[in-house]
Ligand binder design. Structure first.
Ligand code: FES
Ligand SMILES: [Fe+2]
Length: 428
């Protein structure tokens, strides 16, 4: 459990909040690059409680600017994307991707007022098949995390983004909570069970879980009994600050997610699956397109609680339709009656409420990684409040790690990590 104050500290991410400041020390994915087209309409994105617009100019440069025109606050979403900038349709002021006002047609030609006005704008970079932004102080520009999935050629990976209607932390906590897989994601019919094994779903329902801290976050190990006495199946998942995960998998393609808070009560999920050595095969891509491989989703404009709208991707199974739960399927098909791993996760994490009340929890031994992550985040956020910058933000190469799944006689996590050090290092 967490005190109410600590829970608030971790979940409030808007401007000038401690956790929001911490996130603003890292490069964060904003959207998929092909969501913004040459001279096409801007798309509305909210990141860390700030309403922003992404747009691509005629020469391919991407801009991420504040939604409100600095003149009198009209939304630049209605603006014209023309020749290297976004022009507000209220009085015609035009801003380039750096936020500079490059035209102010309703002011006298001799006025230099234009040079004194700047729109909110954040730097953008295309990296690893995503569009990233950095929203922190410019003198502290961090390094891009050298994640293996981001370093491989484009045809070695498949990416997707969608929104969950809950706090970033409770959604991320699902990835470092290995024991839920044996329940939430369990298949009942033999055909589904067969396919679920691709996710490494095993039958030991009470694995021994442990955490080994690292510079970048931690390695989290689940030790599962096997039919062979003295041989364990160790599943090692990576958590990288502030909100990257890589899930243990028996073989490539391996998957994971990046969680980017939209605001206190929504999170953008960037999902990846990749192979380090070769393009994804037709068979792997076909599987990724099935409901078990990726959630069925649609491009959608969502109206948030304060009336603002964001352009995103929404799962077809969502809160409004009870995640398409099918009680017959729940009797004979799978544990939940909900189709799809991501949909099952979404149902649970959203059902906790927008920000779960962690002062009411009862955490057990299976929650060891969640406890460790919260402690680490609290420490990092408090350090930053004291003026200690996160060193990891400037250590892009520290992110070159892998998750891992192995059969071994090693009894504890330290031993597995020591024995398989090479398998936990990215090669790409
Ligand atoms: S409000 Fe945008 S130009 Fe006036
Ligand atoms: Fe899950």
């Amino acid at each position: 459990m967490l005190t109410h104050a600590d829970n608030e500290l971790l979940c409030r991410v808007g401007p000038a909040t401690p956790m929001g400041d911490y996130f603003r020390r890292f490069w964060l994915p904003a959207c998929l690059p092909d969501e913004v087209t040459l001279d096409g309409p801007p798309i509305r994105i909210r990141i860390l409680g700030e309403d922003l617009l992404a747009f691509r100019t005629s020469d391919g440069t991407v801009g991420l600017v504040g939604d409100h025109c600095p003149h009198r606050g009209a939304s630049l979403f209605f603006g014209r994307n023309e020749e290297g900038g976004l022009r507000c349709v209220y009085h015609g002021w035009k801003f380039d991707t750096s936020g500079a006002c490059v035209d102010m047609p309703n002011e006298p030609a001799e006025s230099d007022f234009r040079t004194k006005v700047k729109a909110v704008a954040y730097p953008c970079q295309e990296w690893g098949g995503l569009l990233w932004t950095y929203m922190g102080p410019s003198h502290l520009a961090p390094q891009l995390p050298q994640l293996e999935w981001a370093r491989v050629p484009a045809d070695h990976r498949r990416l997707g983004r969608w929104i969950h209607q809950a706090s970033w932390l409770q959604v991320l906590e699902g990835d470092i909570d290995s024991s839920h897989s044996m329940f939430l994601h369990r298949a009942l019919d033999p055909d589904l069970q067969q396919r679920s094994r691709r996710f490494g779903v095993l039958n030991d329902r009470a694995p021994r879980l442990s955490v080994q801290p690292t510079d970048y976050g931690f390695v989290y190990g689940g030790r599962y009994r096997t039919v062979d006495e003295g041989i364990f199946n160790w599943r090692l998942t990576q958590w990288m600050l502030p909100s990257h995960t890589m899930i243990a998998s028996k073989q490539f393609p391996v998957g994971g997610r990046v969680y980017v808070p939209v605001d206190d009560e929504h999170v953008n999920i960037f999902n990846y699956r990749y192979h380090p050595e070769r393009p994804l095969s037709d068979q792997e891509l076909a599987f990724i397109e099935t409901p078990l491989g990726s959630p069925r989703r649609e491009r959608s404009t969502l109206t948030l609680a304060d009336g603002r709208r964001v352009d995103t991707w929404r799962l077809l199974a969502n809160r409004d339709n009870d995640y398409l739960i099918d009680r017959d399927r729940q009797r004979t098909g799978n544990y939940t009656g909900i189709l799809g791993i991501q949909e099952q996760d979404k149902a649970m994490t959203e059902s906790m409420g927008s920000i779960v009340n962690r002062s009411q929890e009862h955490l057990g031994t299976s929650d060891v990684a969640i406890i460790a992550a919260r402690r680490r985040l609290l420490r990092a956020v408090r350090d930053l409040q004291q003026g200690l910058e996160p060193a990891i933000a400037a250590m892009g190469d520290a992110y070159r790690v892998r998750s891992f799944d192995v059969l071994t006689s090693a009894e504890d996590l330290q031993e597995v990590v020591a024995k398989h050090q090479a398998d936990l290092v990215a090669i790409a």
